[in-house]
Design a protein around this ligand. Structure first.
Ligand SMILES: [Zn+2]
Length: 480
């Protein structure tokens, strides 16, 4: 409870100065701005945007706009306007994290997050209500509460589900608590997975997450899993040895030391998976994803972080100063379990796996699959906020156009979440969650990092305010 109070004070404190400035004038107007609306339409130069309250009220050529009386007019010559960004895979709803990481999101133009498992469900519910009631400006948050794993509980933010009855009870109870969806994890037994899938569907709750080892990616897609995270189970499902490899996984899952031994087995198996990769199986799998509308949230940034764990040296990464001391220690590759336990062959293989993952994303795009941009922050070497821009660059390097990458973090996110009516693009009538950029992201996707200002629910947050947020996070992160 103490934690929650701190969080709310933090968010209101940061934004209150800006709120005062903008409530004095009724509307916020940008003139001479280039709009990249993320509908897929080309950039529109020399436009004007009128924002009143939390909504976009007018969009027109600069000379054709009716400027409301008392409006705050910002000449945005040379600037580009995009929708607020969504990071569709984060873990920030845990004790101590929102106050550290929410400002990092905002400072990076991330105005919404899909949390993928945390333990602050009740606090989040209250916070969200205050945001939606307009009492508090804040990030838009979608959350499943804790993740479902099994058969035993493995962390403070997971629920261990052992059988079909527990599966149905847990889904019903989470539904009652107001979660937005169900998040699945890797160790779910097969019968439990299908019971969760069935009950969630009955309750009208989407279910999403990892493809558990006990289920194939094709089966997960057929069962109605709405999104696959981290490409989990995807390469395995493209292997001609899938049946045999999954049998070994199923056996390992029943052993007492499953939590420790499984990652090792999975690592050994990835070598076989690459050797037995079948283009035909891949094509069939992607066609199935397409038929079932299974979304992909590849989180390339975390896949890369793990693949290059031994090779990464973060000591000269300027962003490290925003990561709390206690967490930085865990980010040290030398102390990281995955780097420590891997043989040199494992570590070399992990880089090949990452190359294959980039290739499969390219193939998914050609097969017409829909992507979500997510990061898995704050997993080691994945910076909250900043990491989303890394992900956009990686999506482009995998073959998406800059527009497609941008849409993965805007329009697609809103579509996936059923929020496209009010969010996800720059269009008349939508909520004004926006980012002003100093460079054209369609020319170079890394221009999404050149943030001049953010608009959150119609409130302008200046570059100066965003930098103050970063400075405050830096101060907190370095307090011993
Ligand atoms: Zn995750």
């Amino acid at each position: 409870m103490k934690n929650q109070a701190l969080w709310i004070i933090m968010l209101s404190g940061l934004l209150v100065a800006q709120t005062r400035q903008t409530t004095r004038s009724k509307s916020l107007v940008f003139t001479h701005i280039t709009i990249i609306d993320a509908t897929g339409a080309p950039a529109k130069a020399d436009m004007a945007v009128v924002i009143t309250g939390d909504r976009i009220r007018q969009l027109a050529k600069s000379g054709e706009i009716r400027v409301p009386r008392d409006a705050q007019v910002v000449d945005a010559t040379g600037k580009f306007l995009i929708p607020g960004l969504w990071d569709m895979h984060v873990h920030t709803l845990r004790k101590g994290r929102p106050e550290m990481f929410f400002p990092l999101f905002l400072a990076n133009g991330v105005t919404g997050v899909r949390d993928m498992g945390g333990d602050l469900l009740e606090q989040t519910r209250q916070l969200r209500k205050q945001i939606s009631d307009g009492i508090l400006p804040g990030l838009r948050i979608v959350t499943p509460g804790p993740v479902l794993d099994g058969p035993k509980q493995v962390s403070s933010f997971s629920i261990g589900v052992a059988n079909e009855i527990e599966a149905r009870q847990t889904v019903d109870s989470l539904k009652e608590q107001g979660v937005d969806f169900i998040k699945l994890y890797s160790l779910l037994p097969r019968d439990v997975y299908f019971a969760i899938a069935n009950e969630a569907t009955k309750q009208g709750l989407p279910f999403s997450g990892h493809v558990p080892y006990s289920v194939s990616a094709a089966e997960a897609s057929d069962a109605g899993q709405t999104s696959i995270e981290h490409l989990s189970g995807v390469l395995l499902a493209c292997s001609t040895a899938e049946a045999e490899l999954r049998k070994a996984l199923a056996e390992a899952m029943t052993r007492a030391d499953a939590t420790a031994s499984l990652p090792k087995l999975v690592r050994t198996q990835t070598r076989q998976v690459l050797e037995t990769f079948s283009d035909q199986k891949a094509a069939e799998l992607l066609a199935r994803f397409s038929r079932n509308h299974t979304w992909q949230c590849p989180t390339l940034v975390v896949l890369r972080a793990f693949a290059f764990l031994d090779a990464s040296d973060l000591s000269d990464d300027a962003r490290l100063k925003y990561i709390p001391f206690s967490m930085r220690e865990r980010w040290n590759p030398k102390g990281h379990l995955r780097a420590e336990n891997g043989t040199p062959e494992d570590l070399a293989n992990s880089k090949k796996v990452f190359q294959k993952e980039l290739e499969i994303v390219r193939a998914m795009r050609l097969a017409g699959l829909k992507f979500l941009a997510g990061t898995d922050a704050p997993t080691p070497n994945v910076f909250p906020g900043f990491g989303l821009h890394d992900e956009l660059r990686l999506l482009v390097s995998a073959g998406l156009t800059p527009m497609e990458a941008l849409q993965a973090a805007t329009r697609n996110a809103a579509t996936y979440l059923g929020l496209l009516d009010s969010l996800g693009t720059v269009e008349k009538g939508k909520i004004a969650d926006l980012v002003l950029l100093e460079g054209n992201p369609l020319d170079d996707i890394s221009n999404t990092q050149k943030i001049a200002a953010v608009v959150l629910g119609g409130k302008l947050i200046s570059k100066f305010s965003l930098q103050s947020m970063l400075a405050e996070v830096e101060r907190m992160a370095n307090k011993k």
